[in-house]
Design a protein around this ligand. Structure first.
Ligand SMILES: [Zn+2]
Length: 307
């Protein structure tokens, strides 16, 4: 069994839409995880097969490839002698642009209009034509829109995102990602790198198998051309995948597929292409501790069961 812990940004700056983890909390997590479990690099642990014999393994993972991973998280990992795997979005690394989930947030944080008109019939009516005021600010609106956008089909989402970028006229996106030299530095220090696709598309919402295959194959090839090895693992963006994603990942040479399911990986229960991860957020320490021990999920399950 393995507890795969997933992180994204680690930074002291606060963000009302998607808050990076505070470095102090991140260090607390690393110290606590190291004390309670045997921390290994995911890919090495899977090759060794040790995870079948013991139940107290943990791994540390980062999705997306943010610059703060190397500037802020790496010194903490090194201080505690912990190795991790970084799953990168190759187009975001190449162009130094954030993922679409981040761009959406950025557009609304930097946009001060009095209304928005997104005339798409597949969006809930209350989100289509909205006047902003002190209660419904652009930020409040963005928080309501984001989960809706995650539910819809990929092509529809692309249309909405294009329209938002057009309306908000945000083109100078923040430079937040690592570059290839940063990634080479991580590898030279014993960390591992895997794929998180080319464009961070939510693969489970893509109907066209050619697009899924392209995302999986191209990111693999770019990593090979830049780093000299094929990534063994695909981390599905936003934990979204479908049957086609699993079949194609296997066919194209990946050995493991990572989901986000707030569960402990149990080889008797989960396939190697639906490996769950426990995502940790910038929350109060007591809640983070409950997530790490998996007690929070048990509590949620009991509450659901009682209803
Ligand atoms: Zn991601």
């Amino acid at each position: 069994m393995i507890r795969n812990f997933l992180f994204h940004r680690v930074h002291h700056q606060r963000d009302p839409l998607w808050d990076p983890m505070d470095p102090i909390l991140f260090e607390k997590c690393i110290v606590h995880i190291k004390k309670k479990y045997e921390v290994r690099v995911f890919e090495e642990l899977m090759s060794s097969g040790d995870y079948k014999k013991k139940s107290d393994f943990a791994t540390i993972m980062f999705d997306d490839g943010y610059k703060d991973n190397i500037d802020t998280a790496l010194p903490i990992l090194e201080k505690h002698n912990v190795k991790a795997t970084f799953y990168i979005v190759t187009n975001c690394i190449e162009k130094n642009i954030p993922t679409w989930t981040h761009i959406l947030e950025y557009c609304f944080q930097n946009f001060k209009p009095d209304h928005i008109n997104l005339d798409f019939d597949f969006l809930p009516e209350e989100l289509r034509n909205v006047e902003f005021d002190e209660i419904t600010t652009p930020l409040v609106y963005a928080r309501q829109l984001k989960p809706q956008l995650k539910k819809i089909n990929h092509f529809k989402r692309v249309l909405v995102l294009k329209e938002i970028q057009k309306i908000t006229k945000i083109d100078n996106l923040p430079k937040l990602m690592m570059n290839w030299d940063d990634i080479k530095k991580l590898i030279s220090k014993g960390h591992y790198v895997g794929s998180h696709t080319v464009n961070h598309f939510m693969l489970g919402t893509v109907d066209d198998e050619n697009i899924i295959a392209k995302e999986l194959k191209e990111s693999r090839e770019i990593i090979y051309s830049k780093l000299g090895f094929y990534p063994r693992t695909i981390s599905y963006p936003v934990g979204s995948y479908n049957e086609a994603t699993i079949t194609l990942s296997q066919k194209l040479g990946y050995q493991f597929g990572l989901a986000v399911k707030q569960d402990i990986f149990n080889p008797n229960k989960h396939s190697k292409f639906e490996i769950p991860r426990i995502e940790l957020y910038n929350e109060r320490w007591f809640k983070t501790k409950l997530r790490i021990s998996h007690i929070l999920e048990k509590i949620k399950f009991l509450i659901r069961y009682r209803k």
